[in-house]
Design a protein around this ligand. Structure first.
Ligand code: HEM
Length: 523
């Protein structure tokens, strides 16, 4: 047999195998309708491609499509079956009751931890673990997110915002930025630095690395969170090859050194009981715990990294989308301004953490932003045994979809948040929907069940403090640029809200202007 014949025989066997597996995968879910593609959207290669019909739905398809695929399919569960690298079956769910079922049945639907390698570069941690290991981490980490810590979050955030206004923005009437994340990212980083790790970074610190370091803490964390995928796919030995790769390597080493220093400083300082930041609680809980469930240094680093990362990226992006939505909807911005002023006129110039529940309009604005732009667009689980999920079709008939062992199930938070069964005019920005009765099971930006976000109150606290400070002093507008002078509102919205899927939903370029309000503010 010639070599060519042999090669084509092997290729035919391989393709036949793939086709049979693919056919079996589709049959295992009764060929429930949805995407049929060559590449799994969860494979590294499928993730990086844009949507190509028949090839891949694209990495950011949940946010790009919102509820559209469910409309096409005619019910709140649809599927994706792909052939390569292995046959993969995924069910996407936008039905609130079915999502609850998936989130609560923790033995039946487990976290596919192999998809989270990217977050394990410093050590195993709360986000990447499952089962008993996750329970151990949660038991040690959860007490850190206490009321005393939330109070600290409020106080530190107010100080950070005051310093931004006094030391950086000063009396300037207009502050313009080509991408507002350049402002929201340092704010969020300074808050997690101060309230999380007692690391007070000042707006005046500048960009000089402290002695013994090649990068500032801010630079190191920023490069690591942006280029985490590079570190994952490029082997260590190749990290010296180009300037960019070298900077990634340096940032990873630097962040590790910063984290080790934080642990060392805090352990040498002793008396951890008196402090309420996340690091003290983590070290304290670790100290008090019984010997065998203590965290190793690598686990400590892994969890500190996760707190730093989870604690600043989601917040920075949510603040960015919030400011952009307010800039595009001046009527909603005015409602928020008037409400903020009315609260401040009651509680005085320096609102405290105890006043936070009064800022109901601010919380409604954040919830509406998180409904429209959930940082985690969806969360995947793997089904550990054969089961079913039920939903209804457009006519109200019950549909039962088989879920075979090994299939992936994605809780599609974006589609849930745009599902017209739960939300009137889901594409409209309407914070007031959160000021009356609203469907709690259909709003899951922080996920739900045992694995829901630990930092929800941390975020709400810093978010309300930041919004109160900004909105009472500045009016937010979209930056006018001559090349966009003729665009319609819809075109402007599409331009401002272009996103990509990084670790979380990431805004690409949001140019805004902060204009000092004429009325003297009370804050
Ligand atoms: C807008 C702000 C935020 C959103 C939308 C958000 C969303 C989420 C979501 C969806 C999860 C579940 C992830 C999964 O199951 O894979 C999660 C988990 C987590 N979040 Fe957040 N988060 C936010 C802010 C924060 C902050 C500020 C912190 C810390 C300071 C934080 C710490 C955590 C931790 C530690 C977990 C892991 C919980 C576990 O697996 O037991 N998050 N978050």
């Amino acid at each position: 047999m010639s070599l060519t014949l042999l090669a084509s025989a092997i290729a035919t066997i391989y393709v036949t195998h793939r086709l049979v597996d693919y056919w079996r995968a589709a049959r295992s879910i009764n060929n429930h309708p949805g995407y049929r593609t060559l590449l799994a959207q969860t494979s590294s290669i499928g993730h990086f491609f844009p949507p190509i019909p028949g090839i891949t739905p694209g990495g950011n398809h949940l946010f790009m499509n919102k509820y559209r695929m469910y409309e096409i399919v005619g019910c709140d569960i649809h599927s994706a079956v792909s052939a390569w690298p292995t046959a993969t079956t995924t069910l996407f769910v936008a039905d609130a009751a079915a999502i609850k079922q998936v989130a609560l049945a923790r033995t039946r639907f487990q976290k596919p931890v192999h998809h989270y390698d990217v977050l394990e570069l410093y050590g195993r941690n709360l986000i990447t673990a499952e089962g008993d290991e996750w329970k151990k981490y949660r038991k040690i980490c959860a007490p850190a997110f206490s009321e005393r810590n939330n109070r600290l979050v409020w106080e530190e955030t107010i100080k950070i915002m005051d310093s931004l206004f006094e030391d950086v923005w000063g009396s300037k009437e207009i502050i313009a930025t080509d991408h507002v994340v350049e402002i929201t990212l340092p704010i969020a980083l300074f808050v997690i630095g101060a309230a999380g790790f007692g690391r007070k970074i000042s707006w005046k610190d500048g960009d000089l690395a402290p002695p013994g370091h090649r990068l500032t803490f801010k630079e190191a964390l920023h490069v690591v969170s942006t280029d985490v995928f590079i570190k994952l796919v490029v082997p260590d030995r190749a990290l010296g090859l180009t300037e960019r790769l070298r900077s990634v390597k340096v940032a990873f080493e630097e962040l590790k050194q910063y984290m080790l220093e934080m642990i060392d400083e805090r352990q040498r300082a002793g008396n951890l009981e008196g402090r309420h930041d996340l690091l003290s609680s983590l070290l304290n809980a670790n100290d008090l715990d019984s010997g065998e469930s203590k965290l190793t240094v690598s686990e400590l680093l892994g969890n500190i990294f996760i707190f730093l990362l989870a604690g600043h990226e989601t917040t920075a992006h949510t603040l960015c989308f919030t400011f952009a939505l307010l800039a595009l909807h001046p009527d909603e911005q005015e409602i928020l301004y008037q409400h903020t002023q009315s609260v401040l006129s009651r509680v005085g110039d320096a609102p405290t953490y105890d006043n936070m529940p009064l800022f109901t309009q601010s919380l409604a604005v954040f919830y509406e932003t998180l409904r429209m732009f959930p940082p985690a667009t969806g969360i995947m689980k793997t089904c550990m045994e054969d089961t079913t999920l039920a939903t209804t079709d457009a006519l109200g008939n019950q549909i039962v979809v088989p879920v075979p062992k090994g299939a992936d199930v994605t809780m599609d938070f974006t589609a849930l948040h745009y599902n017209p069964r739960y939300w009137d005019e889901p594409h409209a920005f309407r914070p007031s929907r959160f000021l009356k009765e609203w469907p709690r099971d259909a709003f899951l930006p922080f996920s739900t069940g045992a694995r829901a976000c630990l930092g929800r109150k941390f975020f709400e606290t810093e978010g309300i403090a930041i919004l109160t400070k900004v909105i009472s002093r500045y009016r937010i507008e979209v930056k006018e640029e001559p090349q966009f002078a003729l665009e319609t509102f819809e075109q402007r919205k599409a331009r401002i809200f272009k996103t990509r899927l990084g670790l979380t939903l990431t805004p690409i370029k949001v140019p805004l202007v902060f204009k000092l309000r004429e009325t003297k503010t009370v804050t």
